[in-house]
Design a protein around this ligand. Structure first.
Ligand code: ATP
Ligand code: MG
Length: 660
């Protein structure tokens, strides 16, 4: 056995030994839930259960890669490879890649995320409402997504305009052989439900299923689980209702209750000892969460007595906040000799990271960013991925329209409109109408289209043949099309052109690596689409340094030293939460944040915050007064800096003495 049973407490070992039938582990933060199920999986292998029969589902890519690593350390290398650890979304991609044709899609379907999806919705909004239509694409996307996750689907949308857009959106996706993130789960569930043979294959393959962070599964994921788990229900789920933070995605704490209905008489195990955080941190976190109404009382005791007080620091502005933290991190690293990897800065919204990144860069502190989508938002990265998407599935209109004339090759906007219109009349994709261009095109445009389709077809063949490294094929295509030159020519200065060039290199490199590992183009694209959902990429993961992470992505992780920034009304709790009556969820989010810290936890808030270049007065978060003061130290930036300045003065004073 690769782990010591004696390293588990009695409740944990009870869970590890309960291998058969449904098991429900309900416990607070840091009580070893993830560690316990990881040991449980390794225990399964020891007991002779075939590793390929084991499936573990986690909520984020990062959590999946961590669990894969932890399991990998406990079992043989071969077994580690055969165990499936993934998210619900990537699980569905796997299932759909083999069986989606049953649902009338082609197996090379494209996954639209983020910008692709927004682009498509924007087009439809303009088409349906005219250019003057002001409705936010983001709002429309979230309404559609919400409806899709409900039993009635988009048919349940009441607003006729939104319903119309939703229908057009669904039709477009179908025509382009594309799916969005919600579709992955919806179609995955449907495939299993409607095709018993597919379901049986899955049930035979995965006979032991574990779900971590179960409190955040929504009812659709619950139904999916129901399809996946066959009798005698060897399923184990792990959750903490105090950490449910995805209400906006339709996650339902009620699932914990539902579980007992679907999988009768589960063995229920409760863990009460927190091994992660100091008593001071646990006490403070507990004092916050009791303010949530209707929660189930839970014991959470700390194994680590005492601990440093939690600091709450009032900052004059967000720039000072960032600089202060960066400065302190330098000291912690240099003076206390703590590795930078021990430190994390947690924030609520992406807009908070700009100052933080800048301050860290100025202090030369390496950092890695998790949860904010900077890499995949870059224009070149999006272009290159669009090229690759087209090579994999030319029927995907969104990426096709994106790169059709990038760099310019004589298929400009009017040609794009004509092609799109034709495709709509004919009920096919834009690619199909490129094959038989309408006679309204000039000979020149027709030739340009012909050359373009030939280009795509020839590179598509090379990518599919699998004889060359795909990274090199992409690079040759970029050279042949003049894409790189075009990007460089259009950069404002050398710095920009270097940056853009290096993003291109990054994508080429990633593809080269993937190709070396034997991944197909489709697999590579799936991975990057799945990574784009609030998540980072494995390669970014491996970078060293301080972690900058959104509160949402921090779930399940732990760091010795944690900074939680921007504890202001409107940020945490988020402005929307007050309007939407979800303040309790924001409180849980702060609870998640505080319970990430092992030894040291600092909360900061700013009296002034800059937004879109304007300064706004900040008000301290209403959650702060809810924290019990017993282990809290209230500090003020000016006082701390004042004290430091006097030391500096002192140094100057001595220097002056010496120079005299
Ligand atoms: P979260 O709710 O945040 O997901 P969790 O319940 O999954 O937390 P883990 O991440 O599994 O908790 O464990 C928290 C920490 O406690 C880890 O560092 C883990 O190694 C440690 N730990 C758990 N159980 C024990 C134990 N019995 N003895 C010593 N350390 C333990
Ligand atoms: Mg966990």
């Amino acid at each position: 056995m690769a782990f010591e049973l004696s390293s588990l407490n009695p409740a944990q070992s009870e869970a590890v030994n309960a291998l058969d039938g449904p098991v429900l582990i309900l416990a607070g933060a840091g009580t070893g839930k993830t560690r316990t199920v990881t040991c449980r999986i390794s225990h399964m292998v020891d007991r002779g259960i075939a590793p390929e029969n084991i499936l573990a589902v986690t909520f984020t890519n990062k959590a999946a890669s961590e669990m894969r690593e932890r399991v990998g350390d406990m079992v043989s290398k071969k077994a580690g490879k055969e165990i499936t650890v993934c998210t619900f979304h990537s699980l569905c991609v796997r299932i759909l890649r083999t069986g989606i044709d049953r649902l009338g899609y082609k197996h090379n379907f494209t996954i639209y995320t983020g910008n692709d999806q927004t682009g498509l919705i924007k087009q439809i909004i303009v088409r349906k409402g005219g250019a003057q239509e002001k409705i936010e694409p983001g709002l429309v996307i979230s309404l559609i997504s919400k409806a899709k996750n409900e039993p009635g689907g988009i048919a349940s949308i009441e607003d006729p305009f939104i319903a119309d857009i939703a229908q057009a959106y669904a039709n477009e996706l179908r025509a382009q052989n594309a799916v969005d993130f919600d579709d992955l789960l919806l179609l995955g569930e449907r495939l299993l439900r409607e095709f018993p043979d597919v379901r049986d294959i899955c049930r035979q393959r995965w006979t032991r299923i574990t779900v971590d962070e179960f409190q955040d599964t929504n009812s659709l994921q619950m139904r999916l689980l129901q399809q996946l788990v066959g009798e005698p229900y060897h399923v184990c789920v792990v959750g903490d209702d105090d950490q449910s933070i995805y209400g906006w995605r339709g996650a339902e704490v009620a699932n914990i209750l539902q579980f007992e209905k679907f999988f009768p008489n589960p063995q229920v195990i409760r863990l009460e000892y927190n091994y992660r955080s100091s008593a001071a941190i646990i006490h403070t976190a507990n004092s916050l969460i009791v303010h949530n109404i209707g929660r189930r009382e839970k014991q959470l005791r700390s194994v680590k007595p005492g601990g440093e007080p939690i600091r709450i620091i009032a900052m004059p502005g967000d720039e000072e906040e960032a600089q202060f933290i960066a400065h302190e991190i330098t000291d912690i690293h240099r003076v206390e000799k703590k590795p930078l990897e021990d430190i994390a800065i947690l924030f609520r919204t992406n807009s908070q990271c700009r100052h933080l990144e800048q301050a860290l860069r100025e202090e030369d502190i390496p950092y890695r960013m998790i949860g904010a989508q900077s890499f995949y938002d870059k224009r070149e990265v999006r272009d290159l991925l669009a090229y690759l998407q087209v090579l994999a599935n030319p029927d995907a209109d969104v990426p096709l329209l994106r790169i059709m004339n990038a760099p310019p090759r004589g298929i400009g906007q009017s040609a794009a409109i004509l092609l799109t219109d034709t495709s709509r009349e004919r009920g096919g994709s834009v690619w199909e109408s490129m094959g038989v261009p309408s006679d309204k095109f000039s000979t020149r445009a027709r030739n340009a289209i012909g050359e373009f389709t030939e280009l795509i077809l020839s590179y598509r063949e090379r990518m599919n043949a699998g004889l060359e490294n795909m990274g090199q094929v992409l690079l040759q295509m970029l050279e042949q099309t003049g894409y790189i030159e075009w990007v460089i020519r259009n950069s404002k200065n050398e710095k920009e052109s270097d940056m853009r060039r290096s993003s291109i290199d990054d994508v080429v490199q990633q593809l080269t690596d993937a190709s070396k590992k034997g991944l197909t183009l489709q697999k590579f694209l799936d991975k990057s689409a799945l990574a784009r959902d609030r998540e980072d990429d494995n390669d970014i993961e491996k970078q060293r340094g301080v972690t900058l992470i959104t509160l949402h992505s921090s779930k399940g992780l732990e760091y010795p030293i944690v900074y939680l920034v921007g504890l202001e009304e409107g940020i945490l709790p988020h402005k929307r939460s007050t309007e939407e009556g979800t303040r309790d969820e924001e409180r849980r989010l702060l609870y998640v944040g505080i319970t990430r810290a092992q030894d040291r936890c600092t909360l900061t808030w700013c009296a002034v915050r800059t937004k879109w270049g304007q300064q706004h007065a900040g008000e301290i978060s209403a959650f702060i007064p809810e924290l019990d003061d017993k282990h809290i130290e209230h500090l003020d930036y000016d006082d701390i800096m004042g004290a430091e300045a006097s030391e500096e003065d002192l140094a100057n004073f001595f220097a002056d003495l010496r120079s005299e």
